[in-house]
Design a protein around this ligand. Structure first.
Ligand code: UDP
Ligand code: ZN
Ligand code: ZN
Ligand code: FE
Length: 319
């Protein structure tokens, strides 16, 4: 039996669900690490390597399980799922590997972006990084993933809508404007460099949520200059180091790269950025998304983002 990969449309929310029946079979924290040097796919002596996800949610020859009926729409789950193994080391975070290794990792994501966007059926490329058992990683070895979608995901559509509206009404980019505001107000900014700022956003949803905004108005990682790639690598190390310092324990998070869509028109108003969503609210307590968050998509935030920004600034100073 071949795999089932399909998209089902939720007409109540206007978004797609990806069904990938075979992902059930993916190994759960196996003893022998498939991403360590010497394993079948990784071999030896390579620091950063991209592999096809062996249990992909999206594939180039999708087989749906059934046909659409009326408004119950089904499509093939077309696309690509890749795993970017970041280092030969089995444990640790982005701050635990060499800076040149992080630069190589970013360059690899950029290279993948170029390759994936040459497929006209791909509309959105999404690199992300899951870290920590609390996030639910099935493999501990430091890695990122890239999903190349045949549609623009709802959350991104929403960002596009908001950025487009601001651009039209104020003749200016929303994120450029927020960056200016935050640099004036200072209380939430935890890093201010040549090419980037990092901050706990005014509108943080997760306790220690951090966003990284490039100061230049660019749509894609691909638009970064070499010096900016190097600075971004440093900022990634600075943030992850501060996170792990904060409670003197490995700090779980999701890192999400938001860029403009590909192969689907022009997005002059879109400003790319990175977002960290860490689930811890203290050393041993998790922030759960429960009734209000899931039932209404409204986040409740315990405490004040400004105080959390202060804590992170102190953790950065501790180095
Ligand atoms: N995986 C793989 N090759 C293997 C074992 C696992 O490509 O030999 C994939 C697996 O399908 C999973 C990814 O590696 O998608 C590890 O992802 P992560 O732990 O970040 O989260 P998951 O995708 O499991 O939710
Ligand atoms: Zn490993
Ligand atoms: Zn901008
Ligand atoms: Fe975003």
């Amino acid at each position: 039996m071949s795999a089932i990969n399909e998209l089902r449309y939720n007409p109540l929310l206007g978004r797609w669900i990806i069904i990938a029946a075979e992902r059930e079979e993916r190994p759960w924290r196996p003893e022998t690490c498939p991403f360590c040097p010497g394993s079948e796919e990784v071999d030896y002596g390579i620091s950063v390597i991209t592999l096809p996800n062996r249990y992909p949610a999206l594939v180039v020859n999708p087989r749906p399980s059934r046909e659409s009926v009326d408004i119950l729409k089904v499509k093939g789950g077309y696309g690509y799922c890749k795993v970017v193994v970041e280092t030969t080391l089995h444990e640790g975070d982005l701050c635990d590997i060499g800076l040149d290794n992080v630069v190589k990792y970013l360059e690899e994501i950029i290279r993948q972006h170029k390759e994936l966007s040459s497929d006209p059926r791909i509309k959105y490329i999404f690199p992300f990084r899951n870290k920590g058992p609390e996030i639910g990683v099935s493999l501990h070895h430091p890695h990122s993933q890239i999903y190349a979608f045949p549609f623009i995901p709802l959350r991104i559509e929403r960002e596009i809508e908001c950025m487009r509206k601001f651009w039209k009404e104020r003749s200016k980019c929303l994120l450029c404007h927020i960056t200016e505001l935050e640099l004036k107000l200072k209380e939430r900014v935890i890093y201010n460099g040549e090419g980037f700022i990092a901050l706990v956003p005014f509108y943080a949803e997760w306790p220690y949520e951090v966003h990284i905004y490039p100061k230049r108005h660019i749509k894609y990682l691909v638009d970064l200059e070499r010096s900016e790639v190097e600075e971004l690598a440093k900022v990634l190390q600075l943030i992850t180091r501060a996170y792990n310092k904060l409670f003197d324990r490995p700090f779980p998070y999701i890192l999400s790269y938001h860029q403009a869509p590909v192969n689907s028109g022009d997005y002059p108003f879109y400003h790319m950025h990175l977002e960290f969503y860490p689930p811890l609210r203290s050393k041993d307590k998790l922030k759960y998304t429960a009734g209000v968050e899931r039932g209404t998509w409204t986040f409740t935030y315990d405490g004040l983002p400004e105080n959390r920004a202060l804590e992170l600034k102190r953790a950065i100073e501790k180095g």
